[in-house]
Design a protein around this ligand. Structure first.
Ligand SMILES: Cc1cc2nc3c(=O)[nH]c(=O)nc-3n(C[C@H](O)[C@H](O)[C@H](O)COP(=O)(O)OP(=O)(O)OC[C@H]3O[C@@H](n4cnc5c(N)ncnc54)[C@H](O)[C@@H]3O)c2cc1C
Length: 303
């Protein structure tokens, strides 16, 4: 369970005491404030705070005194223009602060995004909970034979049962030993900062993560992508829904130009032009490597 009853009550208390403000608020985001969106078996994403809305992006781009233009159509046109032309700094005017609970091996991928501010739960100071990520049966996949960084067919039957058993038993045993090392009867017990080193990477950690919208879009483009590992992708997909409610115009532009769009190399663009003129371009005549050609065909949906 991602949250205890006490934590759920704390959140309800926070949500029941609205405070007046002169700052711009995004109605779509207010509904998300403090709520925990469950991810994986014990994880969550919660919005703790945010700054700015679609109008703040327009306002910064125009360096204006007001809250954007009169017509929302004009605002979204400008936002699309900024996104299309990589004029990124106005998007940095919006910020979001999140509370995320995630397995350590997911945190290792997430932390590589350096353009954010992070504060993580201290396992030197506190004792970690007995919570481990155990994949759902449909995610228990074999190693891919075509992609070294990917998954293949889902394991079934005795093999799946055996893998699940190993994951659960090893995690349980490691946690039993963790507790044992922390509190040896009649003795001092090992320091928390040392006892934790024996815990597996599927144990859950938590952090506060603050990032501006430009860098969040960069994170989402990489981690909501179908090539990202499933366990981080589900967090990114949850965030995509939140951002779509927060800054609908900016998210719409991001979805169109970045998430759903594609970059073409000069060679690929040349091939598209030749194809449009009716030429039957092949990998051999494209000037592209086999790998590039495979990805190009997949992009055009011709494979
Ligand atoms: C599918 C996938 C597979 C991956 N596989 C691996 C892997 O096998 N091994 C591995 O180590 N990593 C791997 N990564 C991580 C990847 O290399 C990046 O570290 C990660 O995606 C963060 O991207 P970033 O550096 O652009 O983001 P951020 O750290 O948020 O940086 C954003 C941008 O700011 C600039 N920037 C930030 N810090 C610096 C700096 N110190 N110097 C110069 N420019 C900076 C860069 O332009 C950067 O693109 C993988 C990522 C993905 C999505």
């Amino acid at each position: 369970m991602p949250l205890t009853d006490d934590q759920i009550a704390e959140i309800a208390e926070l949500r029941s005491t609205p405070q007046p403000t002169l700052r711009a608020t995004a109605p779509g985001m207010e509904q998300h404030l403090y709520h925990a969106h469950e991810v994986l078996d014990h994880g969550f994403v919660r919005v703790i705070d945010y700054m700015g809305d679609d109008a703040a992006i327009v306002q910064a781009a125009r360096v204006s005194y007001g809250a954007g233009t009169k017509k929302s159509r004009d605002d979204s046109g400008l936002i699309r223009y900024l996104m299309r032309h990589w004029h990124s700094t106005p998007f940095e005017m919006c910020e979001i602060k999140l509370h995320v609970k995630l397995p350590v091996f997911v945190a290792r991928q997430w932390i590589r995004h350096r353009t954010a501010n992070v504060n993580e739960y201290s396992a030197r100071y506190s004792i970690l909970d007995r919570e481990f990520y155990i994949p759902a049966p449909d995610q228990l996949a074999a190693q891919s034979t075509v992609n070294n960084q990917g998954r293949g067919e889902v394991l079934t039957g005795a093999e799946a049962a055996q893998v699940l058993e190993i994951l659960k038993t090893d995690a349980g045993r490691a946690y039993d030993h963790y507790e044992q090392m922390l509190s040896q009867e009649g003795q001092q017990g090992l320091a928390r900062e040392l006892a934790r080193m024996n815990l597996p990477a599927n144990i859950y950690t938590q952090w506060y993560w603050k990032v501006d919208l430009h860098n969040l879009f960069h994170f989402l483009r990489l981690r909501a992508d179908e090539h990202a590992q499933y366990e981080i992708r589900v967090y990114a997909e949850t965030l995509c829904k939140i951002v779509a409610d927060w800054v609908p115009a900016a998210y719409g532009a991001f979805e169109d130009y970045r998430l759903g769009g594609a970059n073409l190399s000069a060679k690929a663009l040349d091939c598209v032009k030749r194809m449009l003129k009716g030429e039957a371009v092949t990998q051999e005549t494209s000037g592209m490597s086999k790998g590039e050609w495979r990805e190009f065909e997949a992009l055009l949906g011709s494979r």
